[in-house]
Design a protein around this ligand. Structure first.
Ligand SMILES: *Cc1c(COP(=O)(O)O)cnc(C)c1O
Length: 235
């Protein structure tokens, strides 16, 4: 069944249209295929359709999938986009290429200490609770500059930028506001001396147009590619 390939083509068309609308080059936006809850076979279909960057939310599910796809490891990039507890940093430092969800300095320090010497530095983003939702993970915007400066000097990490999961909204203007706030935060960090930061990880199936309009460089897309997910406990 060619559903995944068809959906991917539609997502690439949405990304391209949003880039045109924003007068941005299509190549300035990277598609991260979010494969959480879908099996290794679904990832293989996406690889066959030309994708090679995958995002996982749950550490152990991700590690299992990386193992099931070990034959493709050299051509794939694995991104952790979900919550990370201290007791799972080692396996993440050993297995993943990127972590988007660093939300405290201690996690970054552990990842840096545990990143194996034979691998390139782990690429990381700081997750920001940009909509200020009390129940959501992520740094408060006012905490970000100090944490960013401290993470930026850790030897085995490369701080790339910021990630957010804004509160869902339906109209484009309401969707754009939190994405704009994240972009402005990145701009302030760069002006403050962190000139190497180049990544805004924002935009999901429902709001990728708003995110691209505000400068997203990585959009994280799951359900628009693989279909709706079932209910699943997090962990
Ligand atoms: C599940 C998830 C996505 C993808 O969401 P869709 O709405 O399925 O595109 C993106 N980012 C994070 C952090 C997620 O958990």
């Amino acid at each position: 069944m060619a559903m995944i390939a068809d959906n991917l083509q539609q997502v690439h068309e949405r990304v391209a249209a949003a880039c045109t609308q924003a007068t941005r080059p299509v190549r300035s936006v990277t598609l991260l295929v979010v494969s959480k809850t879908f099996d290794a076979g679904a990832v293989r279909e996406a690889v066959a359709a030309g994708e090679h960057r995958f995002g996982e939310n749950y550490v152990l599910e991700g590690v299992e999938k990386i193992a099931a796809l070990a034959d493709l490891r050299a051509q794939l990039e694995w991104h952790l986009i979900g919550p990370l507890q201290s007791n799972k940093t080692r396996i993440v430092a050993e297995q993943f290429d990127w972590v988007h969800s660093v939300d405290r300095l201690k996690i970054a320090q552990r990842l840096s200490e545990q990143r194996p010497a034979h691998l390139p530095p782990l690429q990381v983003c700081l997750q920001v609770n940009i909509s200020g939702e009390p129940s959501k993970s992520g740094l408060r915007p006012d905490e970000v500059p100090d944490v960013a400066r401290a993470v930026d000097v850790l030897p085995r990490l490369t701080l790339r930028g910021l990630m957010a999961i804004p509160e869902p909204a339906t109209d484009l203007a309401a969707q754009r506001a939190p994405h704009r706030a994240l972009r402005e935060l990145l701009t302030r960090l760069r002006a403050g001396g962190l000139t190497g930061l180049d990544t805004l990880s924002m935009g999901m199936s429902a709001d990728l147009e708003a995110a691209i309009a505000e400068g997203a460089t990585i959009v994280r897309i799951g359900s628009a590619i693989f279909g709706a997910r079932g209910i699943r406990a997090s962990g």
